[in-house]
Write a protein that binds this ligand. Structure first.
Ligand code: FES
Length: 104
């Protein structure tokens, strides 16, 4: 799946993401800066915060995910998600993912 990742410095990267991965894994493994993912993907750290467009047709965030986002370093916006809770396979081709300024 081709995704556009906008890193914390504002640089746009085109990423051909493996649909079998979570969005967190795909960005982290690509070497693009901006994902920390301290907990390794168990929705327990909020250092994999990403901002998505709101109209991507994803399942809404669980209550647990929404609660964790309140601990993100940059205050969550309406399209904020934990990227470890999103499967690349559920994202549309060409989706834009913005990484916050910081994860700490
Ligand atoms: Fe820790 Fe996503 S990697 S909440």
């Amino acid at each position: 799946t081709n995704l556009t990742i906008i890193d914390p410095a504002g640089t746009r990267h085109i990423l051909d993401a493996d649909p079998s991965l979570s969005l967190m894994e795909a960005i982290r493994d690509s070497g693009i800066d901006g994902i920390v993912a301290e907990c390794g993907g168990t929705a327990a750290c909020a250092t994999c915060h990403v901002m998505l467009a709101e109209d991507l047709g994803l399942e809404p965030a669980s209550e647990h995910e929404t609660g964790m986002l309140d601990f993100a370093a940059v205050a969550p916006k309406p399209g904020s998600r934990l990227s470890c809770q999103i499967r690349v396979a559920h994202l549309p081709e060409g989706a834009e993912i913005t990484l916050p300024e910081t994860q700490f």
